[in-house]
Design a protein around this ligand. Sequence first.
Ligand SMILES: NC(=O)c1ccc[n+]([C@@H]2O[C@H](COP(=O)([O-])OP(=O)(O)OC[C@H]3O[C@@H](n4cnc5c(N)ncnc54)[C@H](OP(=O)(O)O)[C@@H]3O)[C@@H](O)[C@H]2O)c1
Length: 306
Amino acid sequence: MLKRKLGRTDLSVTPLCFGGNVFGWTVDEKSAFGVLDAYVDGGGNFIDTADTYSVGGSESILGQWMRTRNNRDRIILATKVGSQMGTDPHAQGLSRQYILQEVEASLKRLQTDYIDLYQSHRDDPNTPLDETLAAFHDLVQQGKVRYIGASNYSAARLREALQVSDQHGYVRYECLQPAYSLVNRANYERELEPLCLEQGLGVISYSSLASGFLTGKYRPGQNLPSSPRAKRIQERYMNEKGFKILEQLDRVAEAHHATVAQVALAWVMARPGITSAIASATSVGQVRELLGSVDLKLNDEEGRTR
Ligand SMILES: NC(=O)c1ccc[n+]([C@@H]2O[C@H](COP(=O)([O-])OP(=O)(O)OC[C@H]3O[C@@H](n4cnc5c(N)ncnc54)[C@H](OP(=O)(O)O)[C@@H]3O)[C@@H](O)[C@H]2O)c1
């Protein structure tokens, strides 16, 4: 599979990044191994997780898988810190102390001695950016982390963070992970996209399939799929705007003999500035379908769907 350079880093990643939030949640360990094998067999090399997914369960499953497959050096591994771990209100944030403690826990669960991309899961307004970035800088100096990234930052705070790194000579956020899909565009496109393009940041979009809505299996007048996520998806996306977008996707998918999910992902991947679209899957069949998005080339008009 073709690879893309992640911003200014020397990481070469596939345009489809596998999202690990499902491990230990909607996918158990045994099925996870099958899904991950299918992803790498199909050419994928980029996996995103977080300490908080299944309160460490996702990282542990990934660690076990990489150990049994002996493939750590062939995977570009991204994880995150900062969102609340379980119910402990103190187990969150981007203070120096918490980052240094939590990176060790992630490395242990992942059974590795380095993380390729370590991301702030969300902004922490209670910790000075200087403190957070100095801690990340030290982790890069120690070789525990190769690059750092930010998720869920506003454009103003991301710009400020880049300035702080520049002023102090710290490593900088080289990648942004925003929510971005055909049904959720404005927040990224308005201010974050121009900033990332200007600053040469890699961008990896999350919920690129709107948690499953953009696979086309949520339709008006039909029973909801059996996914535990269905109720939330119904509330959020099953409305006039969502169904109009599905109609357009149906048309483009038919013209390309592709599926709705493949078109939705190909559209994200084609957006200037996007390095990889992150998507999760709960079965081998789903992964194989998603892998088909990488070779799908939309024409200019389809890529511009407004
Ligand atoms: N930074 C953040 O704050 C943040 C937040 C959320 C997610 N993320 C990242 O983004 C990743 C993906 O997010 P996400 O899981 O919320 O959303 P998503 O990728 O938009 O949706 C994936 C879900 O859609 C369904 N699906 C996938 N392929 C399918 C197919 N071919 N046919 C039918 N259904 C299919 C599966 O759920 P069912 O089988 O259950 O329907 C799957 O779990 C996460 O794993 C995580 O790495 C990051």
